[in-house]
Design a binder for this molecule. Structure first.
Ligand code: NAD
Length: 343
């Protein structure tokens, strides 16, 4: 409730359209009386030697301390001698799972109107370990790393998420028939995890299944309602989550949340800084707003989350105020005001 002590959350407005869409989030949170105080951090002007990146040490400490935050898009400056901003965040904060909810927006027509999927991507290893080398000329090798520890972490999170959000089924997506050792271990850890849970009778209601990735893609495109929560290794998660975004209208609408060590949650829009429309009051704040909603759900502020989500969806459904990417003529500020009115 609005009378309880406010929660401090880190906010990275980010680059390009970031500050404009972050302003929209701040305004709507104020209007809905969300008990959150933002601690704002911008990407630095120069490399911070303590992080080897344009991200300052203080900004990372802010996320570690608050354990919850919202991140706008960040444009990694080109040049040598520093790490990518997103990679720095992922490594420094150990953001091991990327969660992407994907549901049909009422009133925004696509081929499907019953999409309600959650993809959970292992975010730290797999094919993204960056271990590639040339064996001899004309032959290169890329190492796919799967560890029991990282697989268990993401498995535990997937079952926890399913339980916490009243979901019924977790599907582990894999190619263990070919990648017998790597995907094999990923599956084995998931099986052990669900068995442990059944024994403890912690989450007896959640069904578990395993689906080969090629078959999963076919089923998703044919009938997305066949799935509920999907959990998978890094590369598959990258591809499948974009496929899911395509089912509901594209990357401008889909939120995400990164889960890290020690219960950290860093929500972020999936899209980039959109330099072509930055500073023109044209950006669609929906993806960042829905990311902020996932952050509220992580904090179990479900009433506020529902209220804000309904206001966004009702504004889009009504169709009177839509930004240009959705075929409308509204500015970011008009669209934001319309959402406030729907609150
Ligand atoms: P982009 O997502 O910024 O833009 C692609 C297209 O989508 C553009 O036409 C843009 O105008 C449009 N678009 C994106 N978000 C929109 C929104 N909210 N409302 C309306 N239109 C929107 O991708 P890009 O151009 O490839 O990348 C630009 C910069 O962003 C690069 O520096 C890249 O490194 C960075 N980037 C950052 C992240 C991140 O921080 N997570 C992700 C992707 C790209």
């Amino acid at each position: 409730s609005s009378t309880s002590t406010p929660i401090t959350a880190t906010l990275f407005p980010g680059d390009g359209i970031g500050p404009e869409i972050a302003e929209s989030v701040k305004q709507i949170f104020r209007e809905a009386e969300v008990p959150i105080e933002w601690e704002e951090h911008y990407v630095g002007e120069q490399i911070d030697p303590r992080t080897q990146s344009f991200l300052t040490w203080e900004s990372l400490e802010s996320v570690r301390r608050n354990k919850v935050g919202l991140k706008g898009p960040m444009a990694t400056p080109i040049g040598k001698g520093h790490r990518s901003l997103n990679l720095t965040l992922r490594k420094e904060l150990n953001l091991y799972a990327n969660v992407r909810p994907c549901y049909s927006l009422p009133g925004y027509k696509t081929r499907y109107d019953d999409v309600d999927l959650i993809t959970i991507r292992e975010n730290t290893e797999g094919e993204y370990s960056g271990l590639e080398h040339q064996v001899v000329r004309g032959v290169v090798e890329s190492l796919k790393i799967i560890t029991r520890q990282a697989s268990l972490r993401v498995a535990e999170y997937a079952f926890h998420y399913a339980k916490a959000h009243g979901r019924e089924r977790v599907s582990a997506i894999h190619k263990a028939n070919i990648m017998q050792k790597t995907d094999g271990l990923f599956l084995k850890v998931h099986q052990l995890s669900i068995v442990a849970r059944e024994v403890a009778e912690k989450y007896p209601d959640i069904k578990y299944e395993e689906v080969v990735i090629d078959n999963c893609c076919m089923m998703l495109v044919k009938n997305p309602a066949l799935f509920d929560v999907l959990v998978m290794p890094n590369l598959y998660g990258d591809i499948i989550s974009d496929l899911c975004a395509g089912l509901i209208g594209g990357l401008g609408l889909t939120p995400s949340c990164n889960i890290g060590e020690g219960g950290i949650a860093l929500a972020e829009a999936v899209h980039g800084s959109a330099p072509d429309i930055a500073g023109k009051n044209l950006a669609n704040p929906t993806a960042l707003l829905l990311s902020a909603v996932t952050m509220l759900r992580h904090l179990e502020l479900h009433d506020k989350a529902d209220r804000i989500q309904d206001a966004i969806l009702n504004t889009i459904a009504e169709g009177k105020y839509r930004t240009a990417d959705l075929g409308g003529k509204s500015t970011t500020t008009d669209f934001t005001k319309a959402i406030c009115d729907h609150l």
